[in-house]
Write a protein that binds this ligand. Sequence first.
Ligand code: PEP
Ligand code: MN
Length: 342
Amino acid sequence: MLILMKGHATREEIARVKDKIAALGYKAHEIPGSLRTAIGITGNRGKIDRDLFVTMGGVEDAFPVTKPYKLVGRDAKSDNTEIRVGERRIGGNELAIIAGPCSVESWDQLISTARIVKEAGAQFLRGGAFKPRSSPYTFQGMKEEALVLLREARAETGLKIVTEVKDTTTLSAVAEVADVLQIGARNMSNFSLLEAVGELRTPILLKRGIAATIEELLMAAEYIAARGNLNVILCERGIRTFEPATRNTLDLNAIPVIKKLSHLPIIVDPSHGIGMWEGVPAMALAALAAGADGLMIEVHPHPSEALSDGAQSLKPEKFKSLMERVRALATVVGRTVGEGAP
Ligand code: PEP
Ligand code: MN
């Protein structure tokens, strides 16, 4: 059930509703909106009597949620959620540009890429430390050593760090460095990991599973939200289809569909989506035209020498020229592009 508070409901009225939910043995989730606060109830098995709440002070309405996701759905919040990452916001008017190498490979590789993407206008530096690879014989990431380098790169450039957490064992180490914790496509249904990051308040970049439906993606986000972390950014990164010409099929339909179903921001990763660098700029621009809240792009100073995903990584000059087109398109779609970093 979802309880909609009146626009002018007081903190005390909100607290009384939450106390009543707790007294019934359920969990209350406060979802602040720009006009009003909603309170989601989870933990109930049967129906809840709405009369228990509609008579309370400050309550506008109470209704059952028909969708399987209660907290991340549009019912809970009609305005879009903006997620704060320090002084940045993801999901507001400003597009979030996340760029960097697939994997951290060395200090020189990381810092040179960081400077390039910052100069071109990115605000977030990506770089994998713990890499979930399809083959156990390929590069698995520099692990803890990469975390140290990411921390240094943030200190030098001011870029916010986006890096993947692969399992619960390494979560605390990765969370110490990450401004945004990435959950990879292969882990979208790793429910223990989703629950563990749900206990944090760090923003989570949740990538769509390789063969996951949009509803399954939203349910994965709900796992995180149900534990109290509503700071979830969704990421469309392509799904597996019958088409072998590209690594994945970037599902741009997901953007308007998710905008309709959920209040969470959605960004797009065209690098994994198409899997070939030549196609990345076109799909990046298409994603923004379709309403994406940002992009995650793989950039490498020497893609042919990359230890992972070189074929889909942009060279620095290609990223720079893409960013010029992103700025031009942003004005057409009524969005802004921030500066590289403070
Ligand atoms: C990545 O971002 O480098 C990555 C491994 O992505 P995905 O989980 O989408 O495959
Ligand atoms: Mn990659």
